[in-house]
Design a protein around this ligand. Structure first.
Ligand SMILES: Cc1cc2nc3c(=O)[nH]c(=O)nc-3n(C[C@H](O)[C@H](O)[C@H](O)COP(=O)(O)OP(=O)(O)OC[C@H]3O[C@@H](n4cnc5c(N)ncnc54)[C@H](O)[C@@H]3O)c2cc1C
Length: 485
């Protein structure tokens, strides 16, 4: 039962970050509600890679075994050209020695259902599109498109790359002249992507499905601005096609979107606090028509595997339309993560190229750090809330920046042109000991929840002590001791 002296948390967005935070607050007995614009759960994204950076936490919340049962271990990525000729393969099977954990690839819909089962459904409000926010000394209110409003002590924007929470928060800051210049610039979309998850396939026609490990293939289109990838998950194949923009494309898309005025953008512009200069939702292009067009454009793309003549069209035809989605992707680490009672997590404050496989893990790590701090919040005062938000950002910003840089390096190996060719050559020639050294550095942050039983460390590289764990554990112990006394 929630304690009446504890805060009430409003979470905008039921993506991986929002759900993960909800689960942890449920464990902590802290009151929360999640507001999701979609009216039904339709997870976007094909597959998610779960690394040592979150696996200890998944053990703590009791879903690790379920994840292991429903995913495949990935130990290597193969790079191909558009004629299905293998260029190189990058092996990272040493990851298990370093952290004690394999990397698991799991289909997005499967992982979402696992997370959803951990939260009482009445705490998730579907079909609630948040339009604007207001905050003052006593609390924060969110306003939805159905004219309802909700009040809480803290508000977490876990609403993804085109975050309306970030838009509103930055507008409030801009109006008070406290928004850093770096955050005034518009978000820049780098690519559009089409993703899907096939139905269960016949392993006689797709022999790669017989293998226990995940077959992860990336294909770089040398003559066009595309790359595409397939991953085996269980009995099906997750796939994604990425179309990269040059600056002219991006400009044209923005102009087209602005002139066509999506219904969502006109609703947005009616919100009292939203500002057009920060509102990026009008540039996004999710929707059935755009999806169909991109499906048609990429049908002939060659895909390794199957009978040797496999194309993206075969995978699309084996995928239910409900499991195909299209969206625009951006890369950026914002400097401002909170203001007053409002805070951001996940893609809302650090959208990353999905190709690096770091976005989901980072969103969940944000949720762990934030939940640890919310659990030891001394009061509902704005001052105390701002103090824990500072601690949260101080820990998570450097980590998000590291992942962002790592993602950039990974993206380079499968980019086009001279840069791509050179980095693939370097990747091919890089000795294992250098890759191992880099992996050891990346693997140090393995956050855990400080109010749940700790999972013993494993692997050759010890997890570093994170303040969101050590400090909050200490504060919780002090609080418990005061109560006993
Ligand atoms: C194709 C693809 C493949 C990927 N593969 C990987 C991978 O292998 N590994 C990895 O780590 N990451 C991967 N990612 C990235 C990863 O999915 C994201 O980084 C992660 O989902 C971020 O989680 P989030 O909760 O911050 O945001 P999201 O998952 O984007 O969730 C945001 C939620 O907020 C909701 N929302 C938005 N606006 C509003 C509003 N106004 N009101 C109410 N609700 C709102 C949205 O509907 C959505 O449900 C991939 C992404 C894509 C697209």
């Amino acid at each position: 039962m929630p304690n009446s002296t504890q805060p009430k948390v409003l979470i905008v967005g039921a993506g991986l970050g929002g759900l993960c935070l909800g689960i942890l607050l449920e464990h902590a007995g802290i009151e929360f509600e999640i507001f999701e614009q979609a009216s039904i759960f339709k997870p976007i994204g094909a597959a998610v890679s779960l690394t040592a950076g979150v696996l200890a936490c998944l053990k703590q919340i009791g879903i690790y075994e379920d994840v292991v049962r429903n995913s495949k271990v990935a130990r290597c990525t193969k790079l191909f050209n558009e004629k299905r000729q293998e260029y190189t393969s990058i092996d990272w099977s040493f990851a298990k020695d370093i952290t004690g954990y394999d990397t698991f690839i799991i289909a997005c819909p499967v992982f979402y259902s696992m997370l959803l089962r951990q939260i009482p459904l009445h705490k998730i409000h579907m079909g609630k599109k948040v339009l604007s926010l207001q905050q003052n000394e006593s609390g924060v209110t969110l306003f939805c498109s159905d004219s309802r409003s909700y009040f809480g002590d803290l508000l977490v924007g876990a609403d993804g790359t085109s975050s309306i929470v970030r838009t509103n928060m930055y507008t409030q800051m801009k109006n008070r002249n406290v928004l850093p210049l770096a955050d005034e610039a518009e978000i820049r979309y780098t690519c559009e992507c089409l993703v899907g998850q096939t139905k269960a396939l016949d392993s006689r026609l797709f022999p790669e499905l017989k293998q226990d490990t995940c077959i992860l293939n990336t294909i770089v289109g040398y003559d066009g601005p595309y790359k595409w990838a397939t991953l085996t998950t269980g009995h099906s194949i997750s796939w994604g096609v990425y179309h990269f923009f040059n600056d002219k494309d991006t400009k044209e898309k923005r102009n087209r979107d602005l002139s066509s005025q999506h219904p969502s953008s006109s609703t947005l512009s009616s919100s009292s606090e939203s500002s057009h200069s920060y509102s990026s939702q009008k540039y996004t292009e999710w929707g059935p028509e755009a999806t169909d067009i991109m499906c048609n454009n990429v049908r002939d793309f060659a895909v390794p595997g199957g009978n040797g003549k496999l194309t993206m069209g075969d995978l699309i035809d084996n995928t239910s339309r409900d499991f195909i989605a299209k969206g625009m992707m951006a890369e950026r680490v914002f400097e401002t993560w909170s203001y007053g009672r409002i805070v951001l997590l996940g893609d809302a404050c650090h959208p990353m190229d999905p190709y690096g496989g770091q976005g989901a893990v980072n969103a969940m790590q944000d949720a762990i750090a934030l939940a640890n701090w919310i659990n030891v919040l001394p009061s509902r005062s704005q001052e105390d809330i701002e103090a824990i938000y500072e601690e949260y950002k101080a820990e998570r910003l450097p980590s998000a920046k590291n992942s962002f840089q790592a993602t950039r390096l990974i993206s380079l190996t499968n980019s086009r042109g001279i840069a791509g060719t050179c980095s693939r050559f370097v990747a091919k020639k890089t000795p294992v000991w250098i890759r191992r050294y880099m992996a050891r550095k990346m693997a140090q942050a393995r956050p855990q929840v400080s109010f749940l039983p700790c999972v013993p460390d494993q692997g050759e590289v010890a997890a570093i002590e994170l303040p969101s764990y050590t400090k909050t554990k200490h504060l919780a112990e002090q609080k418990a001791a005061r109560k006993t006394f």
